[in-house]
Design a protein around this ligand. Structure first.
Ligand code: NAD
Length: 476
């Protein structure tokens, strides 16, 4: 049983009613347990964050930057333990767990640098009207609730924590009940750095704990990453209190491959876009649009590449893809395999769970999937790729945009003018051209349409935790 809630600078045992099992998905077995935080403990965490706010928001930007540099350094010092825990609890291959850790470190370093530049952002505003002066002040939004999912626990939390602390906000973080141990590192680091008590609080738990946080009237803002169904509940509670909310939600993203592409290179980008993190990515490019002239050459190569991936336990084998992270996700993906069979979809690879312990599925490819298939329209969140052919650029753009989601897209073409043109026409928040899904902290992250509200990363990620104040003075 783990003591896993960090409230007002102290580690405390959960007093909620839910017992949370922490599982190794490669074995399908638990390796730790913890009690969820109670509603009263969520309240204590918000109260602690509220109490810490006046002092924290008045620290100098350089003091906050020092703490953020400290987070980056201390994450690095915990490298091996954090990589192993992600492999064990998420089922991530080692190289992916390493990249997640490096991403979290880069995020803290980046926002430390932005924090250092903050004083220069408070500046005089030139006015056309005579007789007045005006200045801008960027202030922290206040006490912020942060609710995150399980697929990139170190990363999604870093993308919220680092800019929130840089801005001068105090926070209550609620990690996912599927991966509740990984983000404890942030509490341990806060301890080690002597971060003032209450600036960062962590409460673990399931939906009840999340709802207690998102409904709490002591928050000034809520930032949520997760599914659309929970996101809409979080938005409802934000609307009840007329409170700002950032939502990073699901996707059903397209990868568009034109017939001037190098086939092997395109296969590499397609495979990475659907099998990284076993396809459990909001940004998975799970809809392949392939031009008629290249489809017959590409699909067999893609089928072979998916079938040749090494799928296994990242802790004991050299693997390209691990298991799905939870049994619930495994059952959900298996449900889509059953739907595909009922719909009579043409399965070129996979389409089944692996016959071994743990929550493994085969990397899967369905060809010529009808536009109205549930597998074409719904977020599956697993290594399940659906392909359709197209003839013209206009048709590719129309089909890619024909989704209630709008998170990301990838365009593959040797004609860079066309690739840029298509990128501009896609209704999404982030487009890659001839690339794997490289995400840089200086760029923005977030979607259009049903994929969410607001942006993380870059200066936009910091603005999400800032409030703009103008002070206007009459000079007369
Ligand atoms: P989820 O919505 O089930 O859970 C997300 C978080 O919300 C968890 O911490 C959960 O405990 C909490 N929660 C559950 N019920 C709640 C409630 N009623 N009130 C408040 N909080 C509640 O999502 P998940 O299964 O953990 O994650 C997968 C989803 O996250 C996918 O849809 C994926 O696309 C999305 N996601 C989006 C991004 C992005 O940046 N857009 C990134 C990662 C994941």
């Amino acid at each position: 049983m783990t003591t896993s809630h960090y409230i007002a600078g102290r580690w405390v045992e959960g007093q909620g009613s839910d017992c949370i099992s922490v599982n190794d998905p490669a074995l399908g077995q638990p390796f730790a347990e913890l009690m969820a935080a109670s509603v009263a403990q969520v309240d204590q965490a918000v109260t602690a964050a509220r109490g810490a706010l006046p002092a924290w928001k008045n620290t100098s930007a350089s003091e906050r930057a020092n703490y953020l540099h400290g987070f980056a350094e201390q994450l690095g010092q915990r490298r091996e333990a954090l990589i192993t825990l992600q492999m064990r609890n998420n089922g991530k291959p080692r190289h992916e767990a390493q990249i997640d850790l490096d991403d979290a470190i880069a995020t803290f370093s980046y926002y430390a640098e932005l924090a250092e530049q903050l004083p220069s952002k408070n500046r005089d505003v030139p006015l056309a009207a005579p007789g007045f002066s005006a200045r801008t002040r960027l202030e922290p939004v206040g006490v912020v609730g942060l609710i995150v999912p399980w697929n990139f626990p170190l990363v999604t939390s870093a993308w919220k924590l680092a800019p929130a602390l840089a801005a001068g906000c105090t926070v209550v973080l609620k990690p996912s009940e599927v991966t509740p141990l990984i983000e404890q590192a942030y509490g341990q680091i806060a301890d080690a750095l002597g971060l003032p008590a209450g600036v960062l609080n962590i409460v673990n738990g399931k939906a009840e704990t999340g709802a207690a946080l998102s409904n709490h009237n002591g928050l000034d803002k809520l930032s949520f990453t997760g599914s659309n169904s929970v996101g809409s509940q979080v938005m409802r509670s934000a609307s009840a209190q007329c409170r700002p909310v950032t939502l990073e939600l699901g996707g059903k993203s397209a990868i568009v491959v034109f017939d001037d592409c190098d086939v092997d290179q395109a296969v590499e980008w397609i495979v990475a876009g659907i099998t990284w993190n076993a396809g459990q990515m909001c940004s998975a490019t799970s809809r392949l649009l392939v031009q008629d002239g290249i489809a017959d050459a590409l699909l067999p190569r893609l089928q072979a590449a998916l079938e040749n991936l090494r799928v296994g336990n990242p802790l004991t084998e050299e693997v390209d893809m691990g298991p799905l992270t939870s049994q619930a996700q495994w059952l959900k993906v298996a449900g889509y395999f059953a739907t595909a069979r009922e719909e009579g979809l043409q399965c070129l690879a996979g389409g089944k769970a692996l016959d071994r312990d743990g929550w493994f599925v085969s990397p899967t490819l369905y060809a010529d999937v009808p536009k109205d298939s549930r597998l074409w329209t719904e977020e599956i969140f697993g290594p399940v790729l659906c392909a359709r052919r197209f003839a013209t650029e206009e048709q590719a753009i129309a089909e890619a945009n024909d989704s209630r989601f709008g998170l990301v897209a990838t365009v593959c073409s040797a004609d860079l003018e066309r690739a840029e043109r298509v990128a501009d026409a896609l209704e999404v928040g982030h487009v890659w051209i001839n690339s794997v899904q490289a995400v840089f902290v200086e760029t923005s992250w977030g979607g259009t349409k049903g994929s969410g509200i607001g942006r993380e990363l870059g200066p936009w990620g910091l603005s999400a935790y800032q409030s703009v104040k103008h002070v206007t003075r009459c000079l007369g």
